[in-house]
Design a protein around this ligand. Structure first.
Ligand code: ATP
Ligand code: SF4
Ligand code: MG
Length: 453
């Protein structure tokens, strides 16, 4: 799907400081960024430049020592960092415990968005998964938290569908008429059935005949009348019934349905034998399989934005290639936007539509992928590109010097101590963001009228 023009997230002049015993780390120093609906924005930069901090801020998952000194993060117009910024503005002295109160307010407001609209995939899948729960339950739990009504509708649809209904619906699939299928199940009051059918129909690892048999078997799956009443309530209200016994029975039915949906979804993500995998524990899976599970938990609610923080760094290259292929497919199938954080430029080249390069808590260059990769303008981006190893022998040039100490970042352009083109103005004044056209922007005095002396 092509990238939309409307932004899903807008970050404006974001300044974030971490208060620690060793001093105040100025981790983000005026980040400006937009992510459009349906696009993949790659974010690159050396270790410690604030990539993860940016991702965590958008998710509202900051620690108590993180102060929002200025700026905003707007998700569909909702300002994520407002409580923290307001606290910082009125506090005479920053106190983590008071900041925590603001964080609690933020968490309350974020429950509507986090896990539904915006989700995040972390680098190490083992830390994102609960070691003592089957992975299917962990995927199902996301639905139980946010989309119980879908599970109830699916279960009811199977109980109500007759053999003829399913045969008719299968004809729509054979004709690739998905809109017709959706209309048909709606007219028959079988919402939720299309979700199950499409998942089986799109599984690549199943033979066509197996798919058809599975779909035809998907009817007249009876459900106890008491549970049925409870499921109807949940389907309508997205809540569990109040009576404890019925509540328990309905929940059990929803968990089973959640496992079913989890297996279907993992099948779509290319997991072999997903029905078995959902019953397994994280330690029984390989790294690549675990990362697929984590991606499934992030994607199952059809989020509008997914933040992936180094999702392939802990994987070996072949598994990494599989995950990147999967992300490219997801990009085609959904209209979600992705922020893909990685220090590996070759990975970013494969998945991104646009790329943002960060240095010392600032975006120094942003633009369409090919423009940034083929014609990097910022000296830092140019040096990063030269430091990428390739198969053809070429001289690898590291970037001289070190990432600045963020407790006391250099004045002017923060890259000036390492920049071979540094000019007097670079040491004095922060360079403005210059628009080079076609969405390619760079923060460097070389393009803003600075003169070399
Ligand atoms: P990497 O590529 O190593 O993951 P990164 O670009 O994701 O790096 P961040 O993790 O965002 O960088 O860190 C940015 C800066 O903030 C670093 O200097 C880091 O030491 C500091 N930092 C991050 N988290 C905290 C924290 N909870 N408390 C104090 N300082 C922190
Ligand atoms: Fe180098 Fe100056 Fe550009 Fe900074 S602003 S990257 S120091 S030329
Ligand atoms: Mg990081």
């Amino acid at each position: 799907m092509s990238a939309g023009r409307e932004p899903i997230v807008t970050v404006r002049n974001l300044r974030l400081w971490y208060y620690t015993r060793r001093g105040v780390y100025k981790a983000l120093n005026g980040v400006d960024l937009e992510v459009m609906r349906g696009e993949v924005l790659g974010v690159a930069g050396e270790s410690g430049c604030g990539k993860s901090t940016l991702g965590l801020t958008i998710m509202g998952l900051l620690p108590r020592n993180a102060a929002i000194v200025d700026g905003e993060v707007l998700i569909d117009g909702f300002d994520v960092v407002k409580p923290l910024r307001e606290y910082y503005k009125k506090a005479k002295k920053f106190r983590p415990d008071k900041n925590e109160d603001a964080l609690k307010r933020l968490h309350k407001e974020m429950t509507r968005i986090r896990g539904v609209k915006v989700t995040m995939v972390f680098q190490e899948p083992m830390t994102a998964l609960n070691p003592v729960m089957p992975v299917g339950y962990q995927i199902a739990e996301v639905l139980l938290q946010h989309n119980m009504s879908l599970l109830a509708k699916r279960r009811l649809a199977r109980a109500r569908a007759t053999k003829d209904d399913v045969k008719e619906a299968l004809n729509f699939l054979r004709a690739n008429d998905y809109a017709g299928l959706i209309e048909y199940v709606k007219a028959k009051g079988l919402e939720g059935l299309e979700d199950q059918m499409l998942a089986i129909w799109r599984r690549r690892d199943l033979h066509d005949l197996v798919k058809e048999i599975r779909i035809l078997n998907m009817c007249c799956d009876p459900v106890n009348p008491i549970i049925e009443r409870g499921l109807k309530y949940t389907a309508r209200t997205n809540k569990l019934p109040a009576a404890p016994v019925i509540r328990q029975l309905v929940r059990r039915e929803l968990v089973k349905e959640g496992y079913r949906k989890a297996a279907e979804f993992l099948g779509l993500l290319g997991m072999p034998e997903p029905e078995k995998v959902v019953r397994m524990y994280p330690h029984e899976l390989s790294g690549g399989m675990r990362q697929r599970v984590v991606i499934a938990t992030a994607m199952i609610n059809n989020p509008e934005l997914v933040i992936l923080d180094e999702p392939t760094s802990a994987l070996d290259v072949t598994v990494q290639a599989g995950i990147l292929e999967l992300l490219n497919e997801l990009k085609q199938q959904t209209n979600a936007a992705f922020i893909f954080i990685s220090h590996d430029l070759s990975v970013l080249y494969q998945v991104s539509d646009r790329v943002a390069i960060m240095y010392a808590g600032k975006v120094v260059e942003v633009g369409p992928r090919d423009a940034v990769f083929r014609e990097p303008k910022h000296p830092y981006t140019q040096m990063l590109m030269e430091a990428v190893p390739t198969l053809e022998p070429h001289e690898l040039k590291g970037i001289k010097g070190e990432v600045p100490d963020l407790r006391n970042p250099p004045k002017g352009c923060m890259f000036h101590p390492r920049c071979p083109y540094a000019m007097p103005i670079c040491r004095e004044r922060e360079p403005p963001m210059v628009n080079l056209g076609n969405g390619h922007k760079v923060a460097c005095w070389l393009y803003a009228g600075g003169e070399r002396k």
